[in-house]
Write a protein that binds this ligand. Structure first.
Ligand code: PAF
Length: 284
């Protein structure tokens, strides 16, 4: 399928207006490119559920800290366009940074409480950048549905809250984490890993599933469950723990006790050399 590439806002709005006029529903899949099977599952879900599928490819500068990998982030545009076409996208929106953030840009979105915990604690300002660019994309495309991966559980929770608080007329769809055969969650950052680090990185999923089994066996003490993850990560010499957390899936606040009534999110961030990986497991 041929995908149209659009880099400016006027042409994007024109294409969207045309799709709307012909009565089509619109799906948006926001990405930063370097697409993998996880992104493709989002595009395919949008294809199955909406009539006109827009994929945005934009490495958003405002969600990277000054010492983070903004410059190094992979940008294989040709390949991404081909994958978008194969997965059924109708249009790819790929703006330059100055299109999204002109020199006099001043407005940012903050989702207080949810943005400063977990990844927000080690990446200050990250979710302010995410919420801002996602709201801009939702305003530009005005989709019926927007698709996000559960891999970025905190991002999903923040986007859901923002949409609710700011009355954005869109349905947020959350698609399951896509994993390699050995359990590693797909991420554009996996390609930074050296061969040995790639082998070590399977510990994230092992730690999460071990903690899950402990809960299923009747453990209610969140500290004990967290310790299971900490010990698993510590058993791998190259793995440096950023955080291991057992939190309420709604408030993202640390839990003391795990009970049957409230969904629990087990969440991990671990560094391997200069690469930071995240993973999570939602237990309902
Ligand atoms: O998940 C991502 O790739 C990004 O955070 C997003 C949602 C595209 C915003 O830049």
């Amino acid at each position: 399928m041929k995908t149209t590439l659009v880099t400016d806002i006027a042409l994007l709005r024109h294409a969207i207006a045309q799709a709307r006029r012909s009565g089509r529903t619109i799906g948006l899949v926001p990405t930063m490119g370097a697409l993998h099977a996880g992104h493709l599952s989002l595009i395919k879900a949008a294809r199955a559920e909406t009539d006109f599928v827009v994929v945005s490819i934009f490495v958003n500068p405002t969600q990277f800290g000054p010492k983070e990998d903004f410059n190094r982030y992979p940008r294989p545009l040709e390949r991404d366009l081909e994958l978008c076409g194969q997965a059924g996208a109708d249009l790819v929106f790929h703006p330059q940074p100055e299109v999204m953030y002109p020199s006099d840009y001043r407005t940012f979105v903050e989702v207080t409480g949810l943005q400063d915990v977990l990844c927000g604690a080690s990446r200050p300002g990250h979710f302010r950048g995410v919420a801002t660019v996602v709201l801009k994309l939702l305003n530009l495309v005005q989709p019926d549905r927007a698709y996000f991966g559960q891999k970025d559980a905190q991002q999903v929770r923040i986007v859901q809250q923002m949409v609710r608080d700011l009355n954005v007329p869109v349905e947020i769809r959350v698609c399951p984490i896509v994993r390699e055969a050995d359990g590693l969650a797909l991420s554009s950052r996996n390609e930074y890993l050296e061969a040995e680090e790639r082998r070590q990185a399977t510990v994230l999923h092992r730690a999460l599933t071990k903690a899950q089994r402990r809960i299923e066996a009747g453990e209610h003490d969140a500290a004990v469950v967290r310790q299971v993850m900490v010990e698993q990560i510590a058993s791998v010499p190259g793995a440096v723990l950023d955080y291991a957390a057992v939190v309420d899936a709604d408030s993202l606040q640390a839990l003391d006790r795990i009970d049957a009534e409230r969904p629990v999110l087990l969440a991990l961030a671990v560094r391997f050399g200069s690469t930071r990986l995240i993973d999570n497991l939602l237990i309902r």
